[in-house]
Design a protein around this ligand. Sequence first.
Ligand SMILES: N[C@@H](CCC(=O)N[C@@H](CS)C(=O)NCC(=O)O)C(=O)O
Length: 252
Amino acid sequence: MAATTTIPRIQTIGLGWYLFAVTPRIVLYGPRVMPLTEKVGRALRVKRLAFEVVEPASAEDYRRLSPETGLLPVLEVDGTRIPDSAAILDFLDGRFPDPPLVSSNLRVAREQRRLEQWIDQTLAFYMLRWVRALIGPDVPLPVAGGGFPAGSLSKLGLLDAEGKIHSEVFDPPAGGPGDEFRRRLDDLEQMLGSRRYFYSDRISRADLSVCASLSVMYRDAYPGARARLAERKALFDHVERVLVETGGAEPI
Ligand SMILES: N[C@@H](CCC(=O)N[C@@H](CS)C(=O)NCC(=O)O)C(=O)O
């Protein structure tokens, strides 16, 4: 009896040490509310990798946490820091290939990467242009942290002293980034068609990018946002599907 209880205990301890030795320590640096942070967090979940999130506590933290570019997110794996969300996803596919974040079909993979790039740049552009219009062209923009970080959010005065996006950014009376942005949502819905995921039947980095950007609308971050998304049912269902499959609707 004693033997049967002792042996499993030793095995358990052995397994614990083994897991400790092979499990990398992964830290995701970035504000949880920002889509690019969410995209990386959901990619980690697709790969079933445990990670911690560390949010910047000051504008100065952008420089400290991301010395190369001053921009977040940054991923740290066993002490190595990787900036840029697309480069992080490439790194994850190289180091933890299963399941992959991109199709094995090269033509499909190219489309998925192209869409990811388009989302990360275009939707951010509409958001920033909208916010600039809300602020008004003549208002001098406060810059957090004495000029740092130096990215577009900071230049627009959108980051507060804690490095967080000012809450009023998502509380406008006008209700959204405008007609052109809505037309881009229509484009996206058309691109999706009747598929479960973009260009594929398996989730990819393109889906993570779309979902992370539109989850802001799904969570009704500005008045009417969720209703606008719901007008495009296929797109709404896609966002919801990806959220459910990557740990739920809350920011990571
Ligand atoms: N290409 C980069 C862009 C990163 C980026 O623009 N990050 C923004 C937050 S979403 C940032 O750090 N902004 C600081 C600033 O604009 O000053 C990526 O994909 O990670």
